[in-house]
Design a protein around this ligand. Structure first.
Ligand code: SF4
Ligand code: SF4
Length: 223
């Protein structure tokens, strides 16, 4: 278990480092388009049409037209690269799905038209007890609990047969067909997409950090 804990700690540490690097990179791009000789901080309050306000507008346009497109393009590349990896049929994702939402919350979301929640609740049922979930894959469950900050709920699919096969494979819903569609999903080592996730994780974390930082700028510029 020591290995697992160090893996989790290093991941959090890794994100911190990547986040700080992204902060500096974005700060530099913001400064690069600052009007020459202009004194002031991007988060200051400026008069409309002043040099400062024009700078803020240019920064927001840069986020919208350049950086967001770069992020989107790189994310698409990561997803395209996923095609080189394949499901090994270990069935962990059918047997131990997790969600930050409780069964009641998911049901409510599905009733309100949430597509993912609708599919999720149509296939997965909650484990009766946490101990039942723990028996399936204790290491993976620990990894999920420790990696995710919030509390999570565990589910399983009754369509999985005893020999770990999907009994309705041809009609399985989209969320089963595309799993894992997020390179930051926490995957068990048994998953055929685990090497993909490992390989693309630094870039995916960098993109994730850039989105967080851009959101911060957008929320705080010209408040
Ligand atoms: S429907 Fe099939 S593929 Fe989807 S979770 Fe259930 S057993 Fe797995
Ligand atoms: S965890 Fe990965 S390898 Fe295992 S069944 Fe799911 S997608 Fe396939």
């Amino acid at each position: 278990m020591a290995d697992l804990n160090s893996k989790i700690n290093s991941m959090k540490q890794k994100y911190r480092e990547i986040f700080l690097t992204s902060v500096e990179a974005i700060k530099q791009r913001v400064e690069e388009i600052k009007p020459e000789g202009f004194e002031g901080d991007i988060f200051d309050t400026f008069e409309a049409d002043s040099l400062g306000a024009q700078w803020q507008k240019a920064v927001l346009e840069m986020f919208e037209n350049d950086i967001s497109h770069e992020i989107y393009r790189k994310w698409k590349e990561i997803l395209a690269y996923r095609e080189n990896f394949h499901c090994k049929g270990c069935a962990t994702c059918c047997n131990l799905a997790c969600s930050e939402f409780s069964p009641e919350q998911l049901k409510e979301k599905a009733q309100n038209g949430d597509k993912f929640a609708t599919q999720f609740t149509s296939i997965f049922v909650p484990y009766e007890t946490r101990e039942d979930a723990e028996k399936v894959y204790p290491e993976y469950l620990k990894l999920l609990k420790d990696t995710l900050d919030e509390d999570v709920y565990f589910y399983h699919c009754p369509k999985l047969t005893e020999c770990k096969r999907c009994s309705d494979y041809e009609n399985r819903p989209e969320i089963c067909r595309v799993f894992p569609d997020n390179p930051l999903s926490i995957l068990p080592e048994s998953c055929g997409f685990y090497p993909w996730r490992q390989e693309v994780e630094p870039v995916a974390l960098m993109l994730h950090s850039m989105v967080e930082i851009i959101d911060y700028y957008k929320e705080n510029i010209n408040k």
